[in-house]
Design a protein. Structure first.
Length: 95
């Protein structure tokens, strides 16, 4: 589901009075989530999961085309850990 589709669904369910309002509010929500991750190092939603800021250590990498070894610097990344509730719901689904 894309952000635009998400805004449309929220509008159709009557949560927002227009698609534009839904889109603007989704943007605000994402900005708040981003701020929480940057400032606190994580963002958690009960029964959904936790987004956590992690530090990646520097490492050696290899250019797949030339085989040349290169240094990859340390960097920040994020990890998502789904809640047990979400995982159980996914396991119940029949693919």
């Amino acid at each position: 589901m894309t952000r635009r589709e998400f805004a449309k669904v929220l509008f159709q369910h009557g949560i927002f009075s227009s698609k534009l309002e839904a889109d603007r509010n989704i943007e605000i929500i994402f900005q708040l989530i981003e701020k929480a991750i940057i400032e606190d190092g994580f963002f958690s939603i009960r029964h959904f999961g936790k987004i956590k800021l992690v530090e990646r250590a520097p490492r050696m990498g290899r250019n797949p085309k030339t085989g040349e070894e290169i240094n990859i610097d340390a960097r920040k990344s994020i990890k998502f850990r789904p809640s047990r509730f979400l995982l159980e719901r996914l396991w119940e689904e029949k693919w």
